[in-house]
Design a protein around this ligand. Structure first.
Ligand code: URA
Length: 237
């Protein structure tokens, strides 16, 4: 990867800040000053910025506002995949999606290269709540709230008690589920006789989708968000 991209992916410096430092001769690669931002480096290169050795980051955690039309996978033979939305500066991390959203679902999807984190976030035992905004084809009412709260038995799994909040518009609801089974929200709505016509995930385990992210945009999770998720890099939770 290019030197300037590599340095900015390791820390909090922007590409233009990094370029300035490189021009000023403040960056060394394997002990020699390097003034070429496009110099090729990799995880084995020893890079120093202003005399400070760059700490190679093993893991990365990204919040993506997933658009429709993308499969939550790293490869699909028919459709584009969410990892195609992530820039080249993260290519060497080899990120993958944490759980999945349907191809027609939008919203908060976390991508990482940390398998232990993925396990924590997706384990049914951990009860990590996911919050969705849904538009349905028929109005929801109190009876539906009770049906969601009671949990639902499906032939392949039991959905735990889920929270249904009806907005001022009874066709627009928020749904919180503890699991993340295939088509779970759509299936739970179907059980109450409604079809989901639009679905967006707005929060995972208390971390909200950043409203500043347009569809297809992403940023790294902040330390505060990692704390909300109760996860410390290295696997201690
Ligand atoms: N439930 C669904 O039905 N679809 C999703 O994408 C996520 C949860």
């Amino acid at each position: 990867m290019r030197l300037d991209k590599y340095i900015s992916s390791c820390g909090s410096l922007s590409r233009s800040e990094v370029k300035k430092l490189i021009k000023q001769g403040l960056v060394t690669v394997n002990g020699a000053v390097c003034k070429k931002a496009e110099e090729h480096v990799d995880g084995d290169s020893v890079i120093e910025v202003s005399g400070e050795k760059l700490i190679y980051r093993e893991f990365v955690y990204i919040m993506l506002n997933k658009p429709q039309g993308y499969v939550s996978a790293v490869y699909d033979k028919n459709y584009p995949v969410v990892t195609e939305l992530i820039g080249e500066e993260y290519a060497h991390f080899g990120v993958f999606p944490v759980g999945r959203l349907d191809i027609d679902t939008e919203g908060l999807l976390i991508l990482t290269n940390d398998g232990a984190f993925t396990h924590e976030m997706t384990s049914p035992k951990k009860n990590i709540y996911k919050r969705y905004f849904a538009v349905v084809d028929r109005p929801m009412d109190e009876k539906d709230i009770a049906e969601f709260a009671a949990g639902m038995e499906f032939k392949d799994f039991t959905a735990k008690s889920a929270r249904l909040e009806i907005t001022d518009n009874p066709y627009e609801v928020y749904i919180e589920i503890a699991e993340g089974k295939f088509h779970q929200v759509k299936r739970m709505c179907e059980r109450t006789g409604k079809t989901v016509t639009y679905l967006k995930r707005v929060a995972v385990g208390g971390v909200q989708l950043d409203k500043k992210l347009s569809l297809g945009e992403y940023r790294e999770l902040t330390e505060a968000e990692m704390e909300i998720l109760g996860y410390k890099t290295g696997g201690d939770s």
